[in-house]
Design a protein around this ligand. Structure first.
Ligand SMILES: [Zn+2]
Length: 125
């Protein structure tokens, strides 16, 4: 399966590294949060995403073996995706990074995400 790396357009907050959603960040310091915008539909753990989302990784949950990678439509909502990822070392990313693979014509599936300023990617499978 061919793998392509895409740098999705993200919100302006990227300049500082991690995009912070205040409601989430204030309570849980071991979370990484990014506001992501997917202009075209992508598959994320069997869920179709199009448009604006918050993607959150919780290191404490990851250490416990619990679901650690979450997708929210907006802060305060219940997550629409909650999966346990596999952490893999990568080169440090300057921006939020998404690796996808082509599932079918026009349909891409997210394989891993990496938050800006980190050297760890989160693989979905
Ligand atoms: Zn994880």
């Amino acid at each position: 399966m061919k793998t392509a790396t895409l740098f999705f357009f993200l919100c302006a907050v990227l300049g500082v590294g991690i995009a912070v959603a205040p409601q989430l960040d204030a309570k849980v310091p071991n979370q990484q949060v990014v506001a992501a915008y997917f202009p075209r539909t992508v598959v994320f753990a069997n869920v179709l995403l199009t448009g604006d989302y918050l993607i959150v990784h919780d290191d404490d949950n990851a250490d416990r073996g619990d679901a650690c990678l979450f997708v929210y439509r907006k802060a305060g909502d219940a997550p629409i995706v909650a999966v346990h990822c596999t952490r893999v070392l990568r080169e440090k990313a300057d921006t939020f990074r998404v690796v996808t693979r082509q599932l079918a014509a026009g349909v891409k599936e997210i394989q891993e995400v990496q938050f800006a300023g980190t050297s760890v990617a989160h693989r979905l499978f």
